[in-house]
Design a protein around this ligand. Structure first.
Ligand code: ZN
Length: 357
């Protein structure tokens, strides 16, 4: 997982390839091997995608650009004082992210927290943002008794319908699995959802983003990864959500990275709503991230803000959807993280999660 720059050398043809091309090929091949071969676990592969489905149709992986991999455009999960239900407000807030240089946003609102495919498409039209919509089921507690009773096969069928035909009776298709809800402790329903999501990934090649509650023991993360792997998921296309760079502990984070999955630091700015997350400063998190990059975790990192409450919006004094671009990345640059490394985390890693390339 080296991030060394290719030395610039004179073009000189060797067996049809220039030395520079041959060098690039070798670096790419070694990089792919380093990411995929995880000692002790069978390396699973799901097919890479030639396009990623957004709410306005497919886009080429290269067109994704700067991507926030875990946000909510609209969500109903707690109550009117918290939930995001105003389409005009959402469009205004997302417009600020677009204006700051954002290109793509993954909306993790799925079954249980009121997904609204036509609204997402309208907001995408208004903001010219590429929005990738989630398939699958949020946590047990947010589901109806009927949904909780569904078999693994029935859950899989719904996920495949949402990904391949259209979600919730519309033609708007999901482009990713998530957020797949796993509570603490995990329920039987949530385990069936994990199994179905793994099978859906194997069948379609889409990325998967899994919600875990904050500060759970490593064993619970590992058990869920074991379940996914046993059903054929590719852990290199799975993101572990709601990790905190300085609070989860280096051993915990490195153990997850060794399984090949993404570490999703998706709580930047959420402390305006969840006060207990303000205990560790942004500077401390930035320093932890810099150390992790030095240790070779660059290709495992994802950044997002999990905007899911009114308090997080700019209109209400929060940081909004452009917090990472405006406030987090400048701190990383000041700490010595290079432009290439930031591009890896904010453009290339989300693209590998979503498309496998
Ligand atoms: Zn979540």
């Amino acid at each position: 997982m080296s991030t060394q720059q290719q030395p610039v050398e004179a073009e000189s043809s060797v067996e049809g390839l220039t030395r520079r091309e041959a060098g690039r090929w070798l670096v790419a091949a070694l990089g792919a091997a380093a990411c995929r071969v995880v000692p002790g676990f069978a390396a699973q592969q799901v097919p890479a995608l030639s396009s990623v489905m957004t709410v306005r149709g497919p886009v080429k992986p290269k067109q994704l650009g700067f991507t926030l991999p875990h946000e909510h455009v609209l969500i109903t999960h707690i109550g009117p004082a918290v939930d995001l239900t105003d389409e005009d407000l959402a469009a205004r807030e997302l417009g600020l992210y677009r204006a700051a240089g954002g290109r793509t946003l993954v909306c993790m609102t799925n079954i249980g927290i009121k997904r609204d495919p036509p609204a997402l498409r309208r907001i995408s039209d208004r903001t010219d943002l590429q929005i990738v919509m989630g398939a699958g089921f949020y946590k047990d507690k947010w589901q109806t008794p009927e949904t909780r009773a569904l078999s693994t096969e029935a859950l899989l069928e719904i996920m495949l319908r949402d990904l391949q035909k259209g979600a919730d009776g519309t033609e708007v298709r999901a482009g990713v699995l998530g957020e797949i809800g796993v509570g603490h402790p995990r329920t039987e329903f949530e385990e069936r959802v994990l199994r179905a999501a793994a099978r859906a990934q194997r069948a379609t090649g889409v990325g998967m983003i899994v919600h875990f509650d904050i500060a759970i023991p490593l064993a619970e993360h590992m058990e869920a990864l074991d379940i996914l792997e046993s059903e054929g998921a590719s852990l290199t296309r799975v993101a572990i959500s709601h990790l905190l760079p300085a609070d989860n502990g280096p051993q915990h984070l490195e153990a997850l990275a060794r399984r090949g999955c993404f570490l999703a630091y998706d709580f930047f700015g959420i402390e305006v709503w969840i006060r207990k997350l303000a205990k560790t400063s942004l500077d401390t998190h930035v320093e932890a991230i810099r150390r992790q990059i030095d240790k070779g975790l660059l290709k495992n990192l994802l950044f997002s803000q999990d905007v899911c409450s009114l308090k997080q919006l700019v209109a209400n004094g929060g940081y909004g959807y452009a917090h990472i671009i405006r406030n987090v990345l400048p701190k990383l640059r000041a700490a010595g993280v290079t432009a290439g490394q930031i591009d890896e985390i904010t453009v290339q890693n989300p693209r590998r999660l979503l498309a496998g390339v």
